[in-house]
Design a protein around this ligand. Structure first.
Ligand code: AMP
Length: 241
């Protein structure tokens, strides 16, 4: 997959599948911006904008924010200069209605979705991951204290800011988010399957192994066979060619 003008790659998967981390890698590999709808909404909340104030109640209950609001917010973001060559979308689209709106908006700019990557993680693995996810309050990077072997009181390995657990990572809210994913977001996979751009990567093991699978699926780089499975002494790094 080559990043061209207005090409958009996107990652679809259940909550805690690792979309943010992998989208960042894909953005770096393609040299284009990573845009996360969840991050945009959290920024609106922080600034108490009308979008942020409306989104708050939906997000805190684990529900999806209404399509009109999210579509408008993401399409506006795609019009900014740093998105001129395209973006890697993370967390958008989450409904078939959003997917159709994205197709229309991209077609108007002569662009299209070139790859929709499904990060596949079984529900039992998702539940196991819950307790460990932390988000940096500074750069919004996400980490997993167990999978990435970080001390529980660790600061952000990227920028040194504080790592916190998101309010919507508490178990009752996560259960709701997984149900919402199955009802509303899983049908989006078919939208891209019939358009011939859907790819799948098993995202149930280490971050590094998933990264190799994702890059391979997108035709970007190394095959997972070059990566070691994580052990206690080796967190699972790729072997360079
Ligand atoms: P995320 O950080 O992607 O897990 O998103 C956190 C929350 O933001 C979700 O649980 C939703 O409430 C909301 N959200 C993010 N992206 C979307 C979207 N594309 N459509 C509707 N709601 C969204």
């Amino acid at each position: 997959m080559v990043a061209g003008r207005f090409s958009v790659a996107l990652l679809i998967g259940p909550p805690d599948a690792g979309k943010g981390t992998q989208a960042r890698y894909v953005g770096e590999a393609l040299g284009i911006r990573h845009v996360a709808s969840g991050d945009l909404l959290r920024e609106h909340r922080q600034r108490d904008t009308p979008i942020g104030l409306t989104a708050r109640a939906y997000m805190d209950q684990g529900d999806l924010v209404p399509d009109e609001l999210v579509v408008q917010m993401v399409i506006e973001r795609l019009a900014r200069p740093d998105a001129a060559r395209g973006v890697v979308l993370d967390g958008f689209p989450r409904t078939v209605c959003q997917a159709r709106a994205l197709d229309v908006a991209l077609a108007e700019r002569g662009g299209r979705v070139t790859a929709a990557l499904f990060l596949d993680v079984p529900t039992d693995v998702l539940v196991e991951r819950l307790s460990g996810r932390r988000v940096c309050i500074g750069c919004h990077s996400t980490f997993h204290v167990v999978l990435q072997q970080l001390p529980f009181d660790s600061t952000c390995p990227h920028c040194g800011d504080r790592l916190v657990q998101r309010a919507d990572d508490i178990p009752s809210v996560v259960t709701r988010r997984v149900a919402v994913y199955q009802q509303q977001t899983a049908p989006v996979l078919d939208h891209y399957r019939v358009r011939g751009v859907l790819r799948r990567a098993d995202a149930s093991s280490s971050v590094e192994l998933t990264r190799a699978r994702v890059l391979e699926q997108l035709g970007l780089r190394e095959s997972p066979e070059l990566c070691s499975e994580p052990t206690e002494r080796n967190p699972g790094h790729c072997v360079s060619r």
